[in-house]
Design a protein around this ligand. Sequence first.
Ligand code: DX5
Ligand code: ZN
Length: 218
Amino acid sequence: MKIAPSLLSCDFSKMGEEIVRMDKAGADYMHLDVMDGAFVPNITFGAPVIKAVRKFTDVPFDVHLMIDNPLDYADDFVNAGADIITFHVEAKSDIQKTIDKINGAGVKAGLVIKPNTPASAVFPYLKDIYMVLIMTVEPGFGGQSFMADMLPKAAEIKAEAQRQGVSIVLEADGGINAGTIQQCAKAGIDICVSGTGVFKADDPKKAIEELKALSDNA
Ligand code: DX5
Ligand code: ZN
């Protein structure tokens, strides 16, 4: 299992240092939650902040856009140094155009589905995307309870990808910690986002090691 600590739970007064702390702890990706106060009822940070902290690590940046118009802002996140840009299939932008824009810039594109969105919503785009991010909480806030009933979407997406003859990476996000990660591993998730589970741990390195060990033994 790859682990992507969510910077949403970091100390924003020293985001660069927090990224270094997660790099040293063994993070596989840095998960950056961008919220616009419209798509979700919360506002975080945008491309200038991501650009400013990009230099603190070589670990890939996994940017999760919870914004209404990802098409209009995709270039900004490309220029900020994103390695993966995921956006919601429920967003207002034209989905195919947004995927094409991200791919065209040489960045990996992914689609995110909210809890009430069926897995089938991403099926038409599987051949053009690198990743599907399955939300296991309602997007907007860290520290919420894990929704295990979202996990069957993983098998549905994998089966459809296989049918289409394409490969897809699966990520899960929300409420993932030592108590829930084994369910994600069993469901076939490749990357788990963890905000509070890693940042609020006394020793984040131990927390990441424990999450990986639990997944290996799931
Ligand atoms: C929620 C964000 C998540 C969040 C996860 O909208 O997409 O990435 O930070 O936080 P935890 O792991 O605390 O649920
Ligand atoms: Zn996220």
